[in-house]
Design a protein around this ligand. Structure first.
Ligand code: SAM
Length: 278
């Protein structure tokens, strides 16, 4: 809380909502639409439908990715004993969010979410003030500025103990530059800041399907923050220096699969994995 008697969450939320631009599609809101959520606007649904008309696999991918995140968080909490999660590019609340999965395994688990979308921020405020979400926190920050993220995260997590850094479906928002220098200049300082025993987990859409590449190209012409598809090899490189957790970087439905409420696709153009810092 602020300690300021005159502070009103209602007013603060109104301020936050006034920053929401409903004239251009936003990644978090389209993703929410594809996951069958309610936190999206006509402009997002239109862009989402246009995308899915060219590449229908995106809807399965959005849902498959949710189960991938759940399996990763549960694996890290249950089998590796991780109790701290730094989830950058959080997205809008869905079912089985990182803090819920982690706290189901270990009620003391801490999760810090990071995103730069105003609607995600508004939801995070609502979530963190209305529900019993002890151990959960939020940083409004841009992944392009890893230094600021780390500065804030250090006040919320104990960086002398293992932290699971999560970059789930967000790296495509970092432009592909020559030799992928830009994304590495962001991911490496985050990796460097982690103590031994920590993990990096990531997944992202890949350039493995011409329809997906084409749908992304058209989407990027629509004025939204662009998304760029890397190759699996480019994603794998971001895990360099860490020890790969079997089965390594794979299509997300193949990462430690378990029964899920819907049939997993045979193929998905999103690759993900987990690696440990020794
Ligand atoms: C495709 S969604 C993925 C959401 C969630 N991680 C998941 O996998 O279901 C991408 C998220 O990254 C966020 N994002 C995009 N660019 C970002 C940036 N530069 N810094 C922080 N977050 C960003 C978006 O607002 C959105 O919530």
């Amino acid at each position: 809380m602020t300690g300021d008697e005159s502070f009103s969450w209602h007013e603060a939320e109104k301020d936050l909502m006034s920053e929401i631009d409903t004239s251009i599609p936003h990644s978090a809101r389209i993703w929410n639409y594809w996951m069958d959520g309610k936190d999206n606007y006509p402009v997002d649904r239109e862009a989402g439908d246009q995308f899915a008309a060219i590449y229908p696999g995106i809807i399965d991918m959005a849902r498959t990715s949710r189960y991938f995140i759940m399996r990763v968080v549960r694996y890290l909490a249950e089998e590796q004993g991780v109790r701290q999660f730094l989830d950058i590019g959080t997205g809008l609340p869905s079912h089985d969010n990182t803090h819920e999965v982690a706290q189901r395994v270990a009620p003391e688990a801490r999760t810090v979410y990071v995103d730069n979308d105003p609607l995600v921020l508004a939801h995070a405020h609502a979530l963190l003030t209305s529900k019993n979400t002890g151990g959960t926190d939020y940083i409004d920050a841009d992944l392009h500025d890893p230094g600021s993220i780390l500065e804030a995260a250090r006040t919320k997590l104990d960086f002398t103990r293992p932290v699971a850094l999560m970059l789930m479906g967000v790296l495509g928002h970092i432009r592909i530059t020559e030799d992928d220098e830009l994304v590495r200049s962001i991911v490496e300082p985050l990796k460097d800041a982690l103590p031994a025993g920590s993990f990096l987990s990531l997944y992202d859409g890949t350039n493995t399907n011409p329809a997906y590449v084409e749908a992304t190209r058209i989407y990027n012409e629509g004025g939204s923050v662009p998304y760029q598809l890397r190759s699996p090899a480019q994603l794998d490189r971001l895990l360099d220096g860490f020890e790969s957790v079997p089965p390594g970087l794979v299509e997300i439905q193949l990462w430690r699969p378990e029964p899920s409420p819907f049939e997993s696709p045979n193929q998905s153009d999103a690759w993900g994995g987990v690696a440990k810092k020794n």
